[in-house]
Design a protein around this ligand. Structure first.
Ligand code: 5RP
Length: 234
């Protein structure tokens, strides 16, 4: 089974958490897109759900599938959000934002009773940090924010290459919220809670891609089948 098939298997399993009448958060990325496709099929077959997308890309995909959409303004409380991750550990701590949608993803996930993460097993790590941590910053004062991020990260023992995300054409990557993304490759994030807290003290930082205490369930697909990790009580 290749990683694409594993993503499909995880997305399929996440459908077990979907019930008629639910309000759902729809994640962003290639794994979440498979779940959105499945929700689209189910809606075509009569499933009644109302969904909040976590990005413009997911909104466009869902709209093309005729999935009923709403916003957090109209529907501020959701039942379940299903989303992918760039990395996760056994405590269901995540790194997200590889697709640049971390801010909306975090807002939507924390507006939900339950966050279900779907991933292939390459995403499961013992220590977070091999994937560069995405940090969303306002455009104003970028260089100062970069320096401040480096300083705060160093204080909590995280050192590594910190750079602005660029697009293929050499222009800065801009999020759906009009902000920049900084990618910080620390190699190992031994104290994710301390790092997250430190980063959020930088005034230009809007949000960081560490999702701590947010995910309730992770559905991880591998060659040997599906493993489900759950936080107690989820
Ligand atoms: C987007 C995300 C994605 O969930 C993450 O990048 C995983 O994407 P993929 O499923 O394509 O590997 O956080 O901001």
């Amino acid at each position: 089974m290749d990683s694409d098939e594993m993503k499909s298997k995880a997305a399929q399993k996440a459908m077990d958490y979907v019930q008629n009448g639910m309000k759902l958060g729809l994640g962003t990325g290639s794994t979440a897109a498979k779940f959105v496709d499945l929700v689209g099929n189910a809606v075509a077959g009569g499933l009644d759900v109302l969904c909040v997308p976590t990005s413009v890309a997911t909104r466009d995909q869902a709209a093309a599938l005729s999935i009923p959409l709403t916003t957090l303004e109209q529907t501020p409380h959701l039942d379940v959000t299903v989303d992918g991750a760039d990395e996760l550990d056994e405590h269901l701590r995540l790194v997200k934002g590889g697709g640049g949608a971390l801010l909306r993803e975090k807002i939507v996930a924390t507006s939900s009773d339950k966050m279900v993460v779907i991933a292939d097993d390459s995403k499961l790590v013992t220590v977070l940090g091999q994937f560069p941590l995405p940090i969303e910053v306002v455009q104003f004062g970028l260089k100062s924010s970069l320096m401040a991020i480096e300083g705060m990260a160093t204080r909590v023992g995280c050192v590594g290459e910190i750079k602005q995300r660029m697009q293929g054409d050499g222009t800065p990557y801009i999020t759906d919220n009009g902000n920049f993304i900084i990618d910080a490759l620390f190699g190992q994030i031994k104290k994710p809670e301390a790092l997250s807290e430190a980063l959020m003290q930088v005034p230009g930082v809007v949000e960081n891609g560490l999702f701590l205490g947010i995910a309730d369930v992770a559905i991880i697909a591998g060659q040997d089948g599906i493993t489900t990790l759950e936080i107690d009580g989820a």
